[in-house]
Design a protein. Structure first.
Length: 335
């Protein structure tokens, strides 16, 4: 495993983190998983050198955090860089429901709301600490920006995060799903050590804006959904269709008109994966890790075997001509 500094925090993190959205289960991921397998998955990640574990209250209404908390009981706390988030709440305490009916903000029959007031953050951090069974969070991240009519100025949100840092409840600050202007505001009000955004060989938006600004401010850029929620593993059958309410059902790359092109691309990735003696999943993860020193990735896995398969990517260094070939094949899907 390779390690690097998380932003300017002084905290060393593995180049690959473990994401636990799917481990939280619930309607967005087709139901709950075997809890012991989930705990074993987290422990296996730590075992193979992945020290960064990412969760969020919004991952099935606290269930992912609860499972991460159980796994944490079985490993030394200081071996883990624990990441959780604020700003996505439930339970009728205000905030904005973006009623587009997407699986993201409507999970089963329950709604998620966006809210980033200092008071709400303070309540959230206490609930997360309780569910996680710890007295500090290594990196605390805003999950989504707040939006009108409950929009909180970033200075106020960061002010509260800075206070939590002074109190020792959190060690570093991150922001997910933010744009350049929002990043500049975070930086103007405190130290921002991590930005999370979607990034994979077929989702390249961050290359234009977020990646350069993260480089400029020495912020770690962390790729989420690096395997497009499983599609880029090559393990999804061509005829698999995510059910209604599944978090993958509304994603552009999962739509029936695009899917055949993605599968054709993966077929052409296979000889490249064979050259490096790795799976197609590991090849796609390696492609992300080869995009720069400040690029980190969060790999979602739900079994110890998936962790073992994916961690191989940390040791795969792709030759420039193979990266170029993958870029060309990906461009053909996107045109
Ligand atoms: N900040 C945000 O807004 C945000 C948004 C999305 C994600 N995230 C974070 O980023 C993490 C990673 O993203 P993600 O979970 O969306 O997507 P991902 O890592 O692209 O895909 C994860 C899924 O791929 C499948 N998979 C992984 N490795 C596999 C392998 N070797 N063979 C076969 N299947 C494999 C598993 O599906 P099955 O479980 O079906 O086997 C797994 O749940 C999340 O867990 C979460 O922590 C953050």
């Amino acid at each position: 495993m390779r390690y690097h500094e998380l932003g300017s925090s002084g905290i060393q993190v593995s180049k690959m983190g473990l994401g636990t959205w799917a481990i939280g289960g619930g309607p967005a991921w087709g139901g709950d998983l075997d809890e012991q397998v989930c705990i074993d998955t987290i422990k296996e990640a730590i075992n193979v050198g992945i020290n960064m574990i990412d969760t969020a209250p919004g991952y099935n209404f606290g269930n992912s955090e609860r499972i991460v908390g159980k796994a944490l009981k079985e490993v030394p706390r200081d071996k883990v860089v624990l990441v959780t988030k604020c700003g996505v709440i439930w339970g009728g305490e205000g905030g904005v429901y973006e009623g587009k009916g997407t699986p993201w903000n409507m999970v089963g029959d329950r709604r998620l709301y966006k809210l980033l007031t200092p008071e709400s953050i303070r309540k959230e951090v206490e609930m997360s600490l309780k569910r996680l069974g710890t007295d500090y969070i290594d990196l605390y991240m805003t999950h989504w920006p707040s939006v009108p009519p409950f929009e909180t100025p970033i200075a106020e949100t960061v002010g509260e995060l800075n206070r939590l840092k002074e109190e020792g409840k959190i060690r570093a600050i991150g922001a997910a799903n933010v744009n350049i202007e929002q990043i500049e505001e975070y930086v103007a009000n405190g130290e921002l050590d991590l930005v999370q955004g979607k990034y994979n060989v077929l989702s390249r938006d961050i290359e234009k804006d977020l990646l350069p600004i993260c480089r400029q401010h020495k912020i770690t850029m962390q790729a989420y959904s690096p395997l497009e929620q499983g599609l880029l593993t090559g393990a999804i059958p061509r005829d698999f269709v995510p059910g209604p309410g599944d978090a993958r059902s509304n994603k552009p790359l999962w739509q029936p008109d695009v899917r055949p092109k993605v599968h054709d691309m993966l077929d052409q990735f296979k000889p490249i994966a064979d050259k490096y003696n790795c799976s197609i999943a590991a090849l796609n993860l390696a492609w992300i890790m080869c995009q720069g020193d400040e690029v980190n990735l969060l790999s979602g896995a739900t079994t110890p075997d998936q962790v073992d398969m994916n961690v191989v990517a940390a040791d795969v260094v792709l030759e420039p001509e193979d990266i170029q070939k993958m870029n060309e094949l990906a461009a053909a899907v996107l045109k």
